[in-house]
Ligand binder design. Structure first.
Ligand SMILES: Cc1cc2nc3c(=O)[nH]c(=O)nc-3n(C[C@H](O)[C@H](O)[C@H](O)COP(=O)(O)OP(=O)(O)OC[C@H]3O[C@@H](n4cnc5c(N)ncnc54)[C@H](O)[C@@H]3O)c2cc1C
Ligand code: SF4
Length: 658
C-alpha cells in the first residue's frame, strides 16, 4: 500500500509501515534506505519532535532513544482503554489486558523467559478471533516488535531492569471518523443501531452534534467518501443511519435527554447568527452551564437550514424540532435582532457578555457584473430561495435560466421547476466534471429532467419594457487550470447566441456582510473577505471574539460549520476556566493524519459476506416536479439494522513518541 509515494521527511532507523521493512540500524546515515510508504512530519507539536510512531500500519522508529517495549506498553494501553468500553469479543478484551500486563512487567524489571512466546500466541489469537479492526490490526505492530526487536525483549529478560517511561500521545480514530469534520464516533453509533439501541446511538451522536436529523438529511458525508467498506463493495450509508436514529426519536415523540455537566466557572457568551455554527456553539456552551444568548437577524432561527436549503431536501419541522431541543437545554435565541443595526457588539460587551462568537454565514449574493442584471425578473439564487421559503414567492415564468454550477444553483433550478417553470435549466461555464455542486445533487437534478447547459457563459441579459426577455451567451472552451485549479473558461469570440427566457437566477456564490463588527472589534479579514481565525482555537485577532462557519470558510457545509462551533465552545469554556489558549492534542493528530492517512483507497479489504448498501427510496421523478414533499425517504428499522451490520468497525489506534 503506497501513500501517494510521498517522501519521508525524517531519517528513519526502522520502519515496518504497511509491510515495507526498512532497517537502518547500525548503518551510517549516508547509507540509510528511505521509506516511501508514508510521509511523517518532523514535529508532533511545536518543540516536540516525533521519535517514533506505532499503529495499525506497523512501527516507525526515528530515534535510538525510543525504547520499543515502552512504546508497545503505551500503545497497548491505548488499545485496552478502548476495548474496555467495547466488550464485543472476549479474546480481544481479555487478550489485550493480558498483553498489557506482560508489557508492564517487561518495562518494570519483572520480565519472564516465556513472555515473548506468550505475546506471540496472544497477539495471533486476537487477530484470528476478533470481529473488528482493533483486534485484527491492533496486534500487528506487536508482532513486528517481536520479530524485528527480539534482542530488546531478550535484554529485558536477561537484565530485568526498569525502563524509564517516555512521552507519548495516543489516539483512537477510524477512516470515517477522521474524515468527519466534527469527528463523530461513527463506528460506535452504528454499533448501537446494530444492537437495536437507537436512543443510545443518538446519544453518541449528540456528544458532538446537536443537529442529527438535519445533518442526517443534507450532509455531504465526507465520511462515506472515506469508508473502508467501499474498498470491498459500497460505503456504509452513514448519513442515512444518522437520519434514521433522529427520526426514530421524533416519531416516538420522546424528548431528547442531554446531560449537563456544568463547568466550575461559567460566563455570559453572545453568539451572532443562529445557523449550524452558532447553534452548535450554543449547544456545547449550554451543556457546560454557561448562560448563552444567540442573536439572529431573521425572524426564524436556523440560518441556511431555515432560509436556504429547500423543503424537499430538509423539512422545516425537523430543523425547528432540533432547535427547540437546544433552547430547552438553556440556549436562549433572540430572533429579529441584527447585530450592527439593532444592537452593537460594544453594547453586548457592556451587557456583560465576556466572549462573542461570530457565525453570520455568507448571505450577500455576488453580482453577475453584466448588462441587464437589474431588470425585473432577474433574481439572485439565495434571495430567490429565501423568498420561496418564507412564502413570498410562489410563481415564476415558464422558461427560467439559472446561472452557476454550485449547490445554490442546483437548489434554485429544482425549486423553479417545482414552482411551475415548464423549462428551468442551468447555464454553467465549465464542463459537468468541474461543477462545484455535490455529485448527488447533480444526479437528483438530472433525474428531475433538468437540463444543464455547460461550456456557456452569459454575456448580457436583454429586456423589454424593463423586464427580462432573453439572455445572450457565448460558447466557452477550456484552457489551462486557473487559480481555482480548474480549467480556465475562455469565451469563443463571435459565438454569441440568444436564449429566450422569462426569468434569470444568478447563483455565483455568497459573501459575508461585516456590518456587525463594531469599531472596537480588532479582528482582521482575509483577502477573500472572510474573518481570520486561529484554526485550532477559532479566536480572531480580537481576543474576545471567536468565529466559525461560512463567515470564516466562505460558503461551505453544515458539518464544517458545526465542527467550528463546537471547537469555539470548548475554547471559550477553557478560557472561562483558566485553561491556556492553545491547540489540543486532537488538533495535532488532525495535522498528523493529513500525511499519515487513516484511509487509503487502495487498501485491500476483505469481507466475509459481500453485501450491497441498502438503497433508499425516493419520490418518483414525476411527482417531484410539482411537489415540495421530501424527496428522500429514510430507512425502516429492519433496513437500518441490516445496513449497520455491514459496518466493519475500522477503529485504529496510533501512538506517537516525542
Ligand atoms: C441553498 C443552499 C443549499 C445548501 N445545501 C447544503 C447541503 O445540502 N449540505 C451542506 O452541508 N451544506 C449546504 N449548504 C451550506 C450550508 O448551509 C452552510 O455552509 C451552513 O449553513 C453555514 O453555517 P453557518 O452557521 O456558518 O451560517 P448560516 O447557516 O448562514 O447562518 C448564519 C446566520 O447568521 C445570521 N446573521 C447574519 N448576520 C447577522 C447579524 N448581523 N446579526 C444577527 N444574525 C445575523 C443569518 O441570518 C443566519 O441565520 C447550502 C447552502 C445554501 C445557501
Ligand atoms: S466500515 Fe464502518 S467503521 Fe469502517 S469506515 Fe465505514 S463506517 Fe467507518
Amino acid at each position: 500500500m503506497v501513500y501517494g509515494g510521498k517522501e519521508f521527511v525524517k531519517d528513519v532507523l526502522f520502519s515496518s509501515w504497511q509491510g515495507q521493512i526498512i532497517d537502518n540500524r547500525g548503518k551510517e546515515s549516508k547509507d540509510f534506505a528511505s521509506v516511501d510508504q508514508v510521509a511523517l512530519q518532523e514535529y508532533f507539536k511545536p518543540g516536540e519532535e516525533i521519535k517514533a510512531m506505532m499503529g495499525w500500519g506497523g512501527i516507525i522508529i526515528c530515534s535510538a532513544e525510543v525504547n520499543i517495549l515502552d512504546l508497545c506498553r503505551v500503545y497497548i494501553e491505548a488499545i485496552s482503554d478502548h476495548t474496555k468500553t467495547c466488550d464485543k469479543c472476549n479474546y480481544c478484551n481479555t487478550g489485550f489486558k493480558e498483553i498489557l500486563e506482560v508489557f508492564r512487567d517487561l518495562t518494570n524489571g519483572e520480565a519472564r523467559e516465556d513472555d515473548p512466546e506468550f505475546l506471540q500466541t496472544a497477539a495471533k489469537t486476537i487477530i484470528g478471533y476478533s470481529k473488528c479492526s482493533i483486534g485484527r490490526e491492533g496486534p500487528v505492530p506487536l508482532l513486528h516488535a517481536l520479530k524485528y526487536f527480539s534482542e530488546d525483549f531478550s535484554r529485558a529478560i536477561r537484565e530485568r531492569s526498569q525502563v524509564a517511561a517516555g512521552r507519548y500521545y495516543s489516539k483512537l480514530t477510524a477512516p470515517c471518523m477522521d474524515a468527519c469534520p466534527i469527528h463523530l464516533d461513527i463506528p460506535r453509533y452504528i454499533e448501537r443501531i446494530k444492537e437495536a439501541k437507537f436512543a443510545d446511538s443518538l446519544e453518541v451522536i449528540r456528544e458532538d452534534l446537536p443537529l442529527p436529523g438535519v445533518v442526517g438529511r443534507v450532509c455531504y458525508h465526507p465520511c462515506e467518501d472515506h469508508c473502508l467498506r467501499a474498498n470491498a463493495d459500497e460505503p456504509i450509508a452513514i448519513r442515512l443511519l444518522k437520519r434514521f436514529v433522529a427520526d426514530q426519536e421524533l416519531s416516538s415523540r420522546k424528548q431528547p435527554a442531554y446531560p449537563i455537566i456544568s463547568s466550575e466557572t461559567t460566563g455570559k457568551v453572545a453568539i451572532v447568527g443562529a445557523g449550524p455554527a452558532g447553534l452548535t456553539c450554543a449547544y456545547h456552551l449550554a451543556r457546560k452551564g454557561h448562560p448563552v444568548t444567540v442573536f439572529e437577524k431573521q425572524p426564524v432561527a436556523g440560518g441556511m437550514m431555515a432560509v436556504g436549503i429547500p423543503e424537499y431536501r430538509l423539512p422545516q419541522d425537523i430543523v425547528q424540532a432540533e432547535i427547540e431541543a437546544i433552547k430547552k437545554l438553556g440556549g436562549e435565541i433572540k430572533t429579529s435582532l441584527e447585530i450592527g443595526r439593532d444592537i452593537t457588539t460594544e453594547q453586548l460587551r457592556k451587557e456583560g457578555y465576556q466572549y462573542i462568537f461570530i457565525s453570520i454565514g455568507a448571505h450577500e449574493c455576488k453580482k453577475l457584473g453584466i448588462e441587464g442584471e437589474d431588470l425585473k425578473g432577474v433574481d439572485s439564487g439565495l434571495d430567490f430561495l429565501k423568498e420561496v421559503r418564507s412564502g413570498k414567492k410562489n410563481t415564476l415564468g415558464k422558461r427560467i435560466a439559472v446561472i452557476g454550477g454550485g449547490n445554490v444553483a442546483i437548489d434554485a433550478v429544482r425549486t423553479a421547476r417545482r414552482l411551475g417553470a415548464e423549462e428551468a435549466f442551468i447555464i454553467y461555464r465549465r464542463s459537468r466534471e468541474e461543477m462545484p455542486a455535490h455529485p448527488d445533487e447533480i444526479k437528483d437534478c438530472e433525474a428531475e429532467g433538468i437540463h444543464i447547459q455547460t461550456l456557456t457563459n452569459p454575456k448580457r441579459i436583454i429586456g423589454e419594457n424593463g423586464k427580462v426577455k432573453a439572455i445572450e451567451c457565448l460558447e466557452v472552451t477550456l484552457g489551462e487550470p486557473d487559480a481555482s485549479g480548474r480549467p480556465h473558461p475562455i469565451p469563443v469570440e463571435g459565438s454569441e447566441f440568444l436564449m429566450e427566457v422569462d426569468g434569470v437566477i444568478s447563483a455565483l456564490g455568497q459573501e459575508s456582510d461585516w456590518a456587525c463588527l463594531g469599531p472596537e472589534c480588532v479582528c482582521t479579514l482575509s483577502e477573500w473577505g472572510t474573518l481570520k481565525v486561529n484554526p485550532f482555537t477559532m479566536q480572531t485577532d480580537d481576543p474576545t471574539l471567536f468565529a466559525g462557519g461560512d463567515a470564516v470558510l466562505g460558503p461551505q457545509s453544515l458539518i464544517e460549520a458545526t465542527a467550528m462551533g463546537k471547537k469555539a465552545a470548548f475554547t471559550i469554556d477553557g478560557l472561562l476556566n483558566g485553561s491556556p489558549l492553545e491547540a489540543g492534542n486532537d488538533d495535532y493528530f488532525d495535522q498528523l493524519f493529513k500525511t499519515v492517512k487513516i484511509y487509503d483507497p487502495n487498501e485491500t479489504v476483505k469481507v466475509s459476506e459481500p453485501r450491497d448498501r441498502k438503497p433508499v427510496t425516493k419520490l418518483p421523478s414525476e411527482t417531484r416536479k410539482s411537489s415540495f414533499e421530501e424527496v428522500e425517504k429514510g430507512f425502516s428499522s429492519p433496513e437500518a439494522v441490516a445496513e449497520s451490520e455491514r459496518c466493519l468497525r475500522c477503529y485504529r489506534v496510533v501512538t506517537v513518541a516525542v
